[in-house]
Design a protein around this ligand. Sequence first.
Ligand code: ADP
Ligand code: MG
Length: 286
Amino acid sequence: SVPLAFFSGLGAGSKRGILFKGGISLEAMRNIKVLVMDKTGTITKGNFVLQEVRPSGDMDINTLLRLCASCESASTHPIAHSIVTAAQNKGLPLTAPDSVEEFAGKGILARLPEGEMLCGNRKLMEQFHISMDQAHGNGYGTEIFAALNGTYTGHLVISDTIKEEAASAIRQIKSKGITTAMLTGDAADSASAVAKATGIDEVHARLLPQEKLSELQKIREKHGEVMFVGDGINDAPVLAGADVGAAMGSGADAAIEAADVVFMTSSMSAIPQAFSISRAASRVAR
Ligand code: ADP
Ligand code: MG
C-alpha cells in the first residue's frame, strides 16, 4: 500500500504544477545521483532568434536567407521557425519545397526550384560531403550551414536565451548532492557556453537523438541512478530509459506518455522543488 505521506507529497507537487505519476516516481527520485537535462527548451527558453546571415562566394544575404527559409518552411523545429520568421519580417518571398527530407538532430534537405538545398549543422554537411571554405565556431549561438546543389553557400547564427532561474536551480540541485549533466545535439561551443553560465557539471554535445540514450546509460554506469528532464522533442527514448523520466513545459504528447514526472511549468525551479518534495515525503513515510 502507498503510505499516506506520499499522498501529501503528490498534493504538494500538484500545487506547484509537478505531477508525479503515482507514489513510485516520488520515491524513486530519492535515489537519484545525477540529473541529466536536454539543453534546448529545458535549460534555454527555446526562443530562437536569427542574429547573423553570412553568405559565402557569390551568394548575397537576402538570397541565402530566402533559400534557407524556403527549405525550413517544411520543418517544425524551433530553429526552422526562427529562420522563416526572419525571412518573413524582411518581406522575402518563400517558395514551398517540392519535397523534403528531415534528418533528426542534423537539419533538412529540400528540393526547391533553385535546386537541392541543405540547411543544418556540421554533421549534415559532413553527411553530404560539403566542403566549407571558412573556419567556424565563434563560441556563441548555434550555427546553421547551408549548401545549394552541393556547394557551400554560407551560414546563419541563431541565438537562444538561458532561462533566468537556470543558474539558481542548478545551484540548489547540486546542494542536494546531485551531479548535473547536459545532453544536446548542438555544437560543443554553444553547449559549453550554456553549461558554464549555469554551473552544470558535465556536457555532452553533438549527440543524435539515439546517441542521447547510450550517453545516459554511460552516465548511469559511472555515477548511479539518473533522472532525465527534457522538453520531449526527439527525447522520448531517453526519457523512457532513465530511472526517472520527466517532461518539462508544453512537452510533446509522446514525452508526457513516457514520463514518470510531468512539469506543467517551464520554470527550472520546479526541479529542485520536486527533489525536496520527494525527500520530505519519504522522511515522513519511514
Ligand atoms: P537539442 O539536443 O538541443 O534539443 P535537437 O536534437 O532538436 O537539439 O537538434 C540538434 C541540432 O540539430 C540543432 O542544434 C541544429 O544544429 C540541428 N537541427 C535540427 N533540426 C534542424 C532544422 N530543421 N534546421 C537546421 N538545423 C537543425
Ligand atoms: Mg530537444
